[in-house]
Write a protein that binds this ligand. Structure first.
Ligand SMILES: Cc1ncc(COP(=O)(O)O)c(C=O)c1O
Length: 352
């Protein structure tokens, strides 16, 4: 009898995909809906869409050359803003790519890695990919002397926002532990504190997502800030040209005043929508977690049924079962008028 030859790592076949937001075209089709018939509250991007100046920059992209040389100007600009050296900035194909590259650069087989949850699922998946062991903790104080600690701030899906002292304490308590601070949604927090000053500590990595600020999740652009050693190791793990030429152009344009004004306008609208969603949903009898982010977590008894009930009305919300919260949905702070329409549908669904 011939022995079965395994052509791949057996663990690779067992790795589960993470459930993300949005809605599949097939699910809509089954309900007789087209993508344009629904308002998507399950994805948390800038509710105004991309700034016109950023879209213009993407249109002007020269796609005929490899983008390697174009990375430096964006790294320089981001470094100046964060008051760090350009070598401390690593660009990525969305911050999702950087989460995986951090795991490749920093984790070894069997390393224990704490993840403060419930939270974004890609941290645990990246940890598993390299053979390290994810440990979910609710309180960062329980994490102890693990190899790395992942903290999402503000947290997806709860909207909880930790203060400077809290993060400083986590860094100082275990200088041998790498703290990965994911700030994908921080641009939508009112009165946010700036984490860059903490980069004097070698054990901090800050993750940022430019695709969320500019509502360009299809383009993919993220970056990280870290000490020189960590940044250099992550950069070495990066596949060549992983950030495309259009994303690099978009990134530079996003740092110009026109796009920054666009983001400021979005921040104000998000704050308004967050208030309206929280107040009205509470008034309708739902428990809403206090959120500082551009989404709210709502206790609805059965998230899956709640999502399914809203879909025929033309609204998609995020069922939070994959976060381990089957009784919750996450609702993005879209434009106030869109939130109003959603709330009317929720009132109908809840009342009926
Ligand atoms: C907390 C968090 N971090 C990172 C990402 C990845 O974002 P991107 O790869 O688009 O930058 C997401 C996407 O949903 C997220 O929710």
């Amino acid at each position: 009898m011939t022995e079965r030859v395994t052509l791949v790592r057996p663990e690779a076949l067992q790795l589960q995909a993470v459930v993300h937001g949005s809605v599949a075209a097939a699910e809509l089709k089954a309900l007789g809906l087209a993508p344009d018939d629904v308002l998507d509250f399950s994805v948390n991007t800038n509710p105004l869409g991309p700034a016109p100046s950023v879209l213009q920059a993407v249109r002007e992209t020269d796609w005929s050359r490899y983008p390697g040389d174009d990375e430096e100007p964006l790294r320089q600009r981001l470094a100046v803003r964060a008051n760090v050296a350009p070598e401390q900035v690593v660009l990525g194909n969305g911050s999702a790519e950087l989460i995986w590259l951090i795991a490749l650069a920093a984790l070894r087989t069997g390393d224990p890695v704490a993840i403060v949850g419930p939270t974004f699922g890609e941290y645990a998946r990246a940890v598993r990919v390299v053979g390290a062991t994810p440990i979910r903790v609710v309180d960062p104080g329980e994490a102890g002397a693990v190899r790395a600690l992942f903290v999402c701030n503000p947290n997806n899906p709860t909207g909880q926002y930790r203060g400077l002292e809290d993060i400083q304490h986590m860094l100082d308590e275990h200088p041998e532990r790498l703290l990965v601070l994911d700030e994908a949604y921080a641009p939508f927090v009112d009165d946010r504190w700036r984490s860059e000053a903490l980069l004097e500590r070698a054990n901090l990595v800050i993750l940022r997502s430019m695709t969320k600020d500019q509502a360009l999740p299809g383009l993919r652009l993220g970056y990280l800030l870290a000490g020189p050693e960590v940044a250099s190791a992550v950069e070495r793990m990066r596949p060549p040209w992983s950030v495309n030429a259009g994303a690099l152009r978009a990134g530079l344009a996003a740092l110009e005043p026109a796009a920054e004004a666009h983001l400021l306008q979005a921040q104000a609208l998000v704050a308004q929508s967050r208030r309206v969603l929280t107040d009205r949903l509470t008034h309708l009898g739902f428990e809403v977690e206090p959120s500082r982010a551009n989404f709210v977590l709502v206790h609805v008894r059965e998230g899956r049924c709640f999502r399914r009930a809203l879909l025929p009305h033309g609204f998609v919300v995020r069922d939070c079962a994959s976060f381990g919260l089957p009784d919750c949905v996450r609702i993005a702070c879209r434009l106030p008028e869109d939130c109003q329409r959603l709330l009317e549908a929720v009132a109908r669904v809840a009342g009926g």
